[in-house]
Design a protein around this ligand. Structure first.
Ligand code: V47
Ligand code: SF4
Length: 354
């Protein structure tokens, strides 16, 4: 049934919207996985990337309160927190030797100014000049632009001056308007998210992209999401990695179920096949679990993320994983999948081949 698609992939031809739908609707997980694995092999050989990183979420106070998000709180709520810059610096000081990347994302705080975040980056850069800073989703960049009155491009340039090197892929959720409005009515529209990433790419800031799946979206929404990303990547080439985010339902307003393991693997594989112009597909172990993310390395993924150290967003919503993995464990998972571990920095430059 997938013969036509198989032929096109093997001939290096681009897949269509119809192909994407057929792949998601198919139960032939082995054929899909094998094809995606082949494509990943063509792009990255046997290499699988990981990073020694640390997540920091400066605040969970957020004016958006997306209906799938169990992490956010409103100001004054029980459990609301805001870290000071000195608390953030202390956390970084306690990170293991070898930490190379900081992943900083948080809620849209109603009162903190853009200057506050610029000072935060400056303080981090001053004390830890060797750490790479990957920070702020497009949703936060839009918020900074609103708070400061600056254009998105000026916001990004100022962040760059203070040490920003790359941007994470959060906040993309699902671009399709009707579904997005049900999930996160206060969040910036999908087209605005794409515009902000376009601006970042024009400012030479590499970014990632995500897709939150397994909630109320249709397969058509997923394919639409992938195609909008592919189109922008054709224009700018500024995306580094795509990360499908497996929905976690605990403590959320919309509730529902966890996606199945089959859906997780299929989504990784179809993403690899559709996003032929993305260099990397990440199996985020925090959401998939250590063992399924290892299997995902045979289904088209070539990155397993990193040591993480502290994770709040998925754990607020019922993550079944721990909060950290050691470098040795990551290397072991990759090697036992028959792949070659490559330690990378935030820009996919090789730190060490293991
Ligand atoms: O933007 C929120 C999602 C994102 C839930 O760029 C949820 O390298 C599942 O973007 N179930 C943050 N997901 C995580 C993220 C990320 C993670 C790792 C690496 C990178 C990268 C980016 O998590 C949010 C939102 O899309 N999210 N709630 C939930 N209940
Ligand atoms: Fe706020 Fe992000 Fe949570 Fe939405 S997903 S409520 S923007 S922290």
């Amino acid at each position: 049934m997938l013969t036509g698609i198989e032929k096109r992939v093997l001939a290096g031809k681009r897949l269509t919207r119809g192909d994407g739908l057929r792949l998601f609707e198919s139960d032939d997980i082995f054929t899909i996985g094998k094809l995606a694995g082949k494509m990943a092999g063509k792009i990255n050989g046997k290499k699988v990337y990981f990073v020694q990183n640390r997540h920091i979420n400066p605040t969970n106070i957020c004016i958006n309160r997306c209906r799938f998000c169990a992490f956010s709180r409103s100001k004054g709520d029980k459990g609301a927190y805001e870290l000071s810059t000195s608390e953030i610096l202390n956390r970084i000081r306690s990170s293991p030797e070898g930490t190379r990347e900081l992943h900083i994302v948080g809620g849209l705080h109603p009162d903190r100014s853009f200057e506050y975040y610029l000072d935060m980056l400056k303080s981090i850069r001053k004390e830890f000049p060797k750490l790479h800073i990957k920070a702020f989703t497009a949703v936060e960049i839009d918020h900074f632009s609103n708070k400061s009155g600056l254009a998105v491009r000026d916001v990004i340039e100022k962040l760059k001056e203070c040490g920003l090197e790359a941007m994470p892929g959060g906040g993309a959720e699902i671009f399709a308007e009707e579904t997005r409005n049900k999930l996160c009515p206060e969040k910036i529209p999908g087209e605005r998210w794409l515009d902000i990433h376009r601006e970042a790419h024009l400012c030479s800031v590499k970014t990632n992209a995500t897709m939150l799946y397994g909630h109320i979206e249709s397969y058509g929404d997923r394919v639409d999401h992938l195609l909008r990303l592919r189109k922008l990547q054709d224009k700018t080439g500024g995306f580094q990695a795509f990360i499908p985010l497996s929905y976690h339902p605990k403590n959320t307003e919309i509730g529902g179920r966890y996606p199945s393991g089959i859906d997780d693997l299929k989504t990784i594989a179809v993403s690899r096949l559709m996003l032929d112009n993305f260099p990397h597909i990440k199996a985020y172990w925090v959401m998939l679990g250590e063992k399924l993310s290892q299997i995902a390395l045979l289904f088209g993924a070539d990155d397993i993320d990193g040591t993480i150290i502290e994770e709040k967003i998925t754990h607020s919503a019922g993550a079944m994983t721990g909060e950290r993995l050691t470098k040795d464990r990551l290397v072991h998972l990759i090697k036992r999948a028959g792949k070659r571990p490559v330690e990378r920095d935030a820009l996919y430059r090789t730190v060490k081949q293991n």
